[in-house]
Structure formats: C-alpha cells, structure tokens
Design a protein around this ligand. Structure first.
Ligand code: EPU
Length: 429
C-alpha cells in the first residue's frame, strides 16, 4: 500500500505546469469510438482513470498506442464487441460514456453500472432519458445497462436538471443519429465544449456547446483527427488553493484563466492575490486569509470538484465561513479527516458546512475518502504543522498527474512511501 507522508509548513514557490483535464480526457477517449478512422489525442494526463478508459477500449479490440508521454494513437475500427467488462466499468463514473459512444456507433451497448467516487446517489436516469428520446430502449441485464436501437433519430431532449454526464452521452448518441437533436438545459462545463470541438474536428455538426442549448445535426461518417485536451481546471484550482493555504507564491502555467474565474473570484474574496495572464495565473498571499461563503453550482458557478480543497483553505481563514454543496448530497465525508487535524467544521444536513477558522492545522494520519477529498488532505498536510500521513492515495491518482513530483518541485516536503499492509508507522511529530 502506498501513502503520502507530508511534512507541512513549506510555502509553495515556483511554477507548476497543469496537465490535460481528466474530465475532458475520459470523455475524449470514449468518443474515439465514434470515429471511423484512427485518431490521435494529445495532452492526455497520466492518471489511473485514463488508463482504465484505454483498457476498456483495448478489451473491446481497439488498437491503442502511446506514441510519447501524453500522446495516444487510437484506432477503434477493430472493435469487435459492444460489451464493457464489469471490472473496468465499476471503478469509475466515466465508464457510462461508453453507453453513448457504443450506442452512437453500433446502436447497442452493454455497460455495467458505473462506479466512481462515492459522493451520494449517482443515478443515470437522465442519460437513459436522452437515449430513449433518440429511439433507444434500455433494460438492466445482469447488473448492467443494456441499450439498443434499430435506428437513432434526432429529437428534442430537455434535462430535468443540469448534468455533465447526461449532456455528454446525449451528444455521443446524437452525433450520428438521423436529423437534428436539440439538447436543452445542457451542461456548459469546459469539457463539454472540448468534446464538441473534438467531434467537430472529425466532421460532426455540433453547435452551441458551452451554452444551455446544443444543436446537433447527425452525420454519417467521422474522419480521423489529432486533438489536444484542454488544461485541467480543477488541477489548476487545486494548486491555486495549495499556494494560498501555504502562504506561497506560485505561477500556475498552461491554463485557460477564463475557466478559473469562479475560483479566482473566491480566492480574491478571501484576500488571496491572483493575477491573470494569457496562459497562466500567479497566486500569492500578502495578508491573512479571510472567511467567505461558497455555494457549488454547475459551470460557470463554483465547481463542486473544488469544494473540499476550498473548504480546507477556509479551515485556516479568519472568522466563520459557510460552504453549501448544491450538486452532490454526500460530499463532506472528508470533514471527519480534517477534524483529526484540528479543523473546526460542522456539517448540517449533509449539504452545508460551517467552518470556524483555526490558526493552524496539525499533522495527523488521515485517509482520502475520494479523489478531491484526497487533494484537500494533501493541501491540509502541506499547510499543517508536523507530519501528515495520507492513506488511500489511489483515489488521488485517479485525477492528479504526478502530484507528489509537482509539489516537490514547488518546495513541498512530500514523499511516497510503500507501507506493507497492516504495518503501523510511528509518527515522529
Ligand atoms: N444526476 C442524476 N441523474 C443523472 C445524472 C446526474 O440524478 O442521470 C445527478 C448526480 O447524482 C449529481 C448531479 O445530478 O447529483 C450532477 O451530476 P453530473 O451528471 O453533472 O455529474 P457526473 O457526470 O456524474 C461529472 C464529473 C464529476 C463532477 C460532476 C459535476 C466526470 C467523469 N465526472 O460527474 O467529477 O463532480 O460532473 O461537475 O466528468 C471529480 O472529478 O472529482 C468528479 C466527481
């Protein structure tokens, strides 16, 4: 078992380069199924969720070659099954994207129930609603979603609420359907735009991505393309918050500052200095961190995927902060871990955290409960006095490329330690 050992207290300093976006790249990999020729993806992050998505493609007969770090050649013309293996599907939410892409290309998909971080109940009813609108049927067979259609015909799809996953899947199923599909109340996240751009670069006809109405005219053939993934907004935001929490001075490079606006605005509200440049943001602290209120919202609101990290910063702010989680109904499980480090947080009704700032956190043995919770604990450990030992770091590696290396380059004292199962490690401070 691997753990991170972090000796806190070093202000982060220097430049960090942001990798390709996880939540775009997982969708791009699945979308290669719609391409009738080989294609090449660039700026693909080396994270475990991508490895699993590529494993799904390989398990179905696709040819996948890593040309160099971050550049992957994919030929899905050799796919010989529409079934995704249970073991791969059950480990991540993004496996649900194979429902839309296999349905879009082969008019059939068998995908075991998606897994992923436990953030509360995560049904896929809106995904299935979209498939049905286009003429597909769905049933649960041996614990898997089985969708099929004799033909897919464009239609109007209205989502009951904003959902990233269902918007992606609606696009996938519609891109080769006959006629026009109109998706209303669509998600507007940067990764939705990235996927639409990728498909359009193959010859798809998708307009309006990034607004809440997306119009798709089905096409018969999608040609090969080479396409680079956008930078990861959440990885960037995590380093911005880490810089603030350690009272550091960091340039976060290779970003699209517009995608970071809601994070930048909240950091400034807390007294953190943020300067936006063309492709980087510079974050530093020259005074106390102040309390604020945060409410998570679909894009362009404050992202739920930054909620644990930002809440962690607020545990060290002056005064009382209030954080409301509007997207998921169980995204405060990390609070129990932060309390072990001396944070003063109470959670009301599973949706609202009241955070009373304390002067410093104290190092402790803690466990990552999911991906962003793990990132939050890394930030807590970097800022805390003494040694923090983080267990379950495999969650963190689902979404952060080389996080320990990148942090070391910024001056952090973070080590990856292999600990035999059940072995107790004596904490020295
Ligand atoms: N929902 C339903 N039914 C549906 C679809 C969604 O009830 O058919 C609910 C969800 O349970 C949730 C809300 O609607 O309460 C929003 O879900 P959404 O579909 O927007 O999220 P997702 O597609 O499951 C993606 C990201 C998450 C990110 C959310 C919100 C991927 C692979 N996952 O999940 O990323 O939190 O959008 O932005 O893109 C992460 O990276 O740590 C992460 C959890």
């Amino acid at each position: 078992m691997e753990k991170f050992f972090i000796r806190g207290g070093n202000p982060l300093k220097g430049t960090v380069y942001i990798s390709g976006a996880k939540n775009a790249a997982v969708a791009l990999v699945a979308a290669t199924i719609l391409c009738d020729e080989p294609c090449t993806l660039e700026n693909v992050p080396a994270i475990s969720d991508i490895t699993k998505c590529l494993d799904i493609l390989k398990s179905m007969g696709a040819v996948v070659k890593m040309e160099k770090e971050g550049v992957i050649y994919i030929d899905t013309s050799t796919i010989n099954t529409t079934k995704v293996p249970y073991k791969l599907a059950e480990t991540m939410r993004a496996s649900s994207y194979f429902l839309g892409t296999l349905l879009g290309r082969f008019h059939e998909a068998f995908v075991p129930m998606p897994g992923g971080c436990y953030l509360g109940d995560r049904p896929i009813d809106q995904h299935l609603k979209a498939f049905k609108a286009l003429g597909a049927t769905d049933e649960v067979v041996r614990g898997a979603n089985y969708v099929k259609a004799d033909k897919l015909v464009g239609n109007q799809i209205y989502f009951d609420f904003v959902t990233v996953g269902a918007t992606m899947n609606a696009i996938f199923a519609a891109v080769k359907a006959k006629g026009q599909t109109i998706i209303e109340n669509a998600a507007k996240e940067p990764h939705i735009v990235d996927v639409a751009n990728f498909l359009n670069s193959m010859g798809a006809d998708i307009r309006g991505a990034g607004t809440d109405v997306i119009k798709i005219r089905g096409v018969e053939y999608l040609h090969g393309t080479t396409y680079a993934t956008i930078p990861d907004q959440i990885e960037a935001g995590t380093y911005m918050v880490a810089a603030a929490a350690t009272k550091g001075d960091v340039v976060i490079a290779n970003v699209i500052p517009k995608h970071l606006e809601s994070i930048t605005a909240k950091l400034r509200k807390c007294g953190v200095c943020v300067e936006e440049n063309d492709e980087s943001v510079h974050v530093w602290v020259d005074g106390p961190i102040m309390n604020t209120t945060v409410k998570t919202q679909p894009h362009p609101g404050f992202p739920t995927d930054m909620q644990p990290q930002f809440s962690t910063l607020l545990t060290m702010a002056q005064g009382t902060s209030k954080v409301t989680e509007e997207i998921f109904n169980n995204r405060f499980r990390y609070v129990a871990e932060l309390r072990k480090m001396g944070a003063d947080v109470s959670v009301e009704g599973g949706k609202v955290a009241i955070i009373q700032g304390v002067p410093t956190l104290k190092g402790a043995p803690v466990q990552a409960t999911d991906l962003r919770a793990g990132a939050a604990l890394v930030i807590a450990g970097l800022a805390a006095d003494g040694l923090t030992e983080i267990d379950n770091i495999h969650y963190i590696e689902r979404g952060y490329e080389h996080i320990d290396k990148k942090l070391r380059e910024l001056g952090a004292d973070i080590t990856r330690v292999i600990v035999p199962d059940n072995e107790h490690v004596e904490m020295t401070s």
